[in-house]
Ligand binder design. Sequence first.
Ligand SMILES: CC(=O)N[C@H]1[C@@H](OP(=O)(O)OP(=O)(O)OC[C@H]2O[C@@H](n3ccc(=O)[nH]c3=O)[C@H](O)[C@@H]2O)O[C@H](CO)[C@@H](O)[C@@H]1O
Length: 365
Amino acid sequence: MSNYKIILSGGGTGGHIYPAIAIANELKSRFPDAEFLFVGAMDRMEMEKVPQAGYEIEGLWISGIQRKLTLKNLTFPFKLITSLLRSRKIVKTFKPDVVIGTGGFASGPLLKVATLKRIPSLIQEQNSYPGITNKLLAKSVDKICVAYDGLERFFPKSKLIKTGNPIRQDLLSIDGKAIEAKDTFKLRHGKHTLLVLGGSLGSKRINELIEKELEFIQTQNVQVIWQCGKLYYDAYKRYNNMEDVQVYPFLNNMDMAYAASDVIISRAGASSVSELCVVGKPVIFIPSPNVAEDHQTKNAMAVVEKDAAILIKESDLDVDFENRFSQLVNSVERQNELGTNIKKLALVNATKDIANEVEKLLNYK
Ligand SMILES: CC(=O)N[C@H]1[C@@H](OP(=O)(O)OP(=O)(O)OC[C@H]2O[C@@H](n3ccc(=O)[nH]c3=O)[C@H](O)[C@@H]2O)O[C@H](CO)[C@@H](O)[C@@H]1O
């Protein structure tokens, strides 16, 4: 039998959505007759990105709990109950053979309901410090695929498998595409290209830095692709009028963006770090300090400790950025060294390994 029914649930940010899409694509190539359904959160970016990837999605009325008392928090119990009921209906109607959760609050109700019904289940945790939803689900799911060592501190050891984070297939084959990619972005050949990435939602602090440093960056003979985030695009789009600067709310063709770039400045969300290892280019990480347990710094440190990237803390940017940036762009040797070292850390089989675990669950059924 190969006409399996598979539910993937996760979302809120790209960091939870793209792993789910990568896993679905791999399973689809193994089981072309399988049926897929995504379950995300209403109004979040998965409602746009998942259909773009060719899959159906249902949106739950759910949001995360805020740490302080807000109006949103008061509605949380109602949202949770509504989402659990909706999830029950989805599971009953779709009758999945397996459910896969990739984190984010949307995956909580769906996985909870499915595991109560003893449907085989797997979650994938992208970070070195797990999110609250995955921590809550850990007890009831069958398998937990992770990307870092040491997660037995949070999850039952018997369920853990280290696979790495799923990487979209198109990102695995960017070598040799630099010329095509520079043409796609209408960039100058023979001029260094800086790619600025603020994570799937964009980063306020990185945008402020780039705005302040644009002229300096240009004195270094560098052209810029700047992903500022949908939320911030109106504030920064005017810089599109500057020569050699391109501002985007979101890049739908990350393979081309990575291929076109020579140096990358990036937040250190889990998938970004995993992708940057595969890409193998020199990176300056500016981790977000505003995430649980400072996990972006930990994600980045795993790379920096191997002399495979540079890290500048937000609090050091004003003092350190210009020096460290110009040292890097003016040393081809250092760029090559960092590029070679980061590539050694790539876990390129993650998607396949996770799909193997899903297959095992389907076979045991
Ligand atoms: C502020 C916040 O809460 N960030 C979290 C969020 O980050 P975020 O959502 O930014 O997630 P990641 O950095 O893990 O992944 C970003 C994904 O979006 C893609 N992309 C990004 C920009 C763009 O223009 N186009 C595009 O396609 C990247 O290629 C990548 O696949 O989830 C991650 C994974 O749980 C966490 O580690 C981060 O701490």
